[in-house]
Design a protein around this ligand. Structure first.
Ligand code: AHR
Length: 505
């Protein structure tokens, strides 16, 4: 029996919708095929964007999309991707498979995609191999309304109005593929580049994101912040953090997406849980420089990273997605929400056909992965108020790999409904939960569950093997604010609670 305590009177902060953000890179079949098929394709599209994929992403209320990378960002020269498509420069995508990049998807196409998705734009600038001038001109091209060389060039290319760019990254993984820099050097370079990435729109200032650490590289965080804050002012709205869940397989290789043992399942979830410690330790460093929490932690790459599917291009990072990934997603989103005091955005890597994708495509076919369903269940938390909650729960796993059985997060939406999301990592135990909502009269509850065997997944042949189902077995107990239910093994659950005094569904 587990106990869940909820204190609806104790709000803990705003959950930015961006915590459920996504990431799209010119990598494998993410942009091309996965999102953009071109206007002449037989696959139904609007201005080249697959309508099935756009609809599926709208269904999960995608709040923000990051582009064009990733490692690709620091090799990307934006002027290659504007103007008539036939004249765009073809380049080699050296990071990802050495394939030809014809630049048919560029700035205009990305902004059109964000329009169709109804989401915010997070553009990542090239600091690694681009000049200050190039970055400065890109920002001017996208966001300046007046009369200037770049605004004129944009108009020449068919776009009169400037776009709104909400977030702008200054380099990506500058400690690695983005230039192999040391943190002090990056910090100085960041200060220089960001100076010329002007914020032209008063009502929508450009929120600049500095490159943060890889996983537990606390030295990077410390030194970058020391450099950014040496006059007491941090120059950045956010500092990124990248952390991938990488289970080990045989002979020191990464594990596989579909073939894995119970031991690897628990090991994967243990790796996912490390995000909690990483957020805590990086936050503690940020707190010293920025006690008022003006700078957000931006976890702009997270998710599972396995071996590629057999027979696919190793540079394309295409992997299947099972209930194990659903648990990884549910755990992460719960953890992000519980740290919403500091975490202001998180972007799953990547949105379609790459790593822990929410969508897979093959020709004209598309499947929603178990991870998509988790985002669909959690979408109610977007923009809500985090509520104080805690769990009394046991541990699960195998002998030397123990993790908490359950994780949770709770929010109240703008209509006053309470949303509870829970994960049960145990592969064998259905767990009875008693939830106590302090000082609350419950009027009605409804729920959804996603469950299956650990390797259950959706394929093009069987696209609905894993999908959300009603979770009706929630008992509202007579006394005030009590719920009891049994959360099945290997599952993610969402409960929506209407409290007394509210209109019932
Ligand atoms: O998401 C794949 C790659 O992982 C990104 O390009 C890079 O930023 C990270 O190392």
């Amino acid at each position: 029996m587990a106990k869940l305590y909820i204190f609806p009177g104790n709000g803990k902060g705003h959950i930015e919708p961006e915590l459920q953000g996504h990431f799209s890179e010119h990598l494998g079949r993410c942009i091309y095929e996965g999102i953009y098929v071109g206007e002449d394709s037989e696959i139904p599209n609007e201005k080249g964007m697959r309508t099935d994929v756009v609809e599926a992403l709208r269904e999960i209320r995608i709040p923000v999309l990051r582009w064009p990378g990733g490692c690709f960002a620091d090799d990307y020269h934006w002027k290659d991707g504007i103007g008539p498509k036939g004249k765009r420069r073809k380049i080699v995508n050296t990071h990802w498979g050495g394939v030809v990049e014809d630049n048919s998807f560029g700035t205009h196409e990305f902004m059109e995609l964000c329009r169709q998705l109804g989401c915010k734009a997070y553009v990542n600038g090239n600091m690694g191999s681009g000049t200050v001038q190039e970055m400065s001109e890109w920002v001017e091209y996208m966001t300046f309304d007046g009369d200037s060389p770049m605004a004129a060039l944009r108009r020449e290319n068919g776009r009169e109005e400037p776009w709104r760019v909400d977030y702008f990254g200054i380099g990506n993984e500058s400690w690695g593929c983005g230039g192999n820099m040391r943190p002090e050097y990056y910090g100085d370079m960041y200060r220089r580049y960001q100076t010329f990435a002007r914020s032209f729109q008063l009502e929508h200032p450009l929120r600049k994101i500095a490159c943060g650490a890889n996983a537990a590289d606390y030295h990077w965080t410390e030194k970058v912040l020391e450099t950014l804050f040496d006059h007491g002012y941090g120059y950045a709205s956010g500092l990124s953090l990248h952390y991938y869940t990488v289970p080990s397989g045989k002979w020191g290789r990464r594990g596989q997406a579909l073939e894995f043992t119970e031991e690897q399942y628990y090991q994967t979830l243990r790796e996912a849980m490390k995000m909690e410690e990483l957020m805590e330790n990086h936050s503690a460093i940020m707190d010293r420089y920025d006690p008022e929490k003006k700078m957000g932690m931006i976890v702009d790459e997270w998710g599972t990273w396995y071996q590629v599917e057999p027979g696919t291009n190793p540079g394309f990072l295409f992997q299947q997605n099972t209930m194990r990934d659903a648990l990884v997603a549910g755990i992460h989103l719960n953890l992000f929400q519980k740290r919403c005091d500091r975490v202001k955005m998180a972007n799953l890597a990547q949105v379609v056909n790459v790593l822990q994708a929410v969508i897979l495509t093959e020709g004209e076919r598309m499947v929603k992965t178990p991870t998509w369903h988790v985002f669909h269940m959690y979408r109610y938390h977007q923009g809500g108020e985090l509520l104080d909650s805690s769990l009394e729960t046991g541990e699960t796993g195998l002998e030397d790999c123990r993790i908490p059985e359950l994780t949770e997060s709770v929010s109240r939406d703008s209509e006053g409904k309470i949303h509870i999301t829970l994960t049960n990592a145990s592969l064998s135990e259905n767990i009875s939960v008693e939830a106590v909502l302090a000082d609350t009269q419950i009027a009605a509850v409804r729920g959804t569950v996603l469950t299956g065997e650990m390797q259950a997944h959706n394929s093009f042949e069987e696209p609905e093997r894993v999908k959300e189902a009603d979770f009706p077995a929630v008992e509202v107990r007579g006394e005030e604010g009590r719920l009891s239910f049994v959360i099945p093994a290997c599952s993610v659950v969402h409960l929506e609670v209407n409290v007394d005094g509210m209109e019932i569904f």
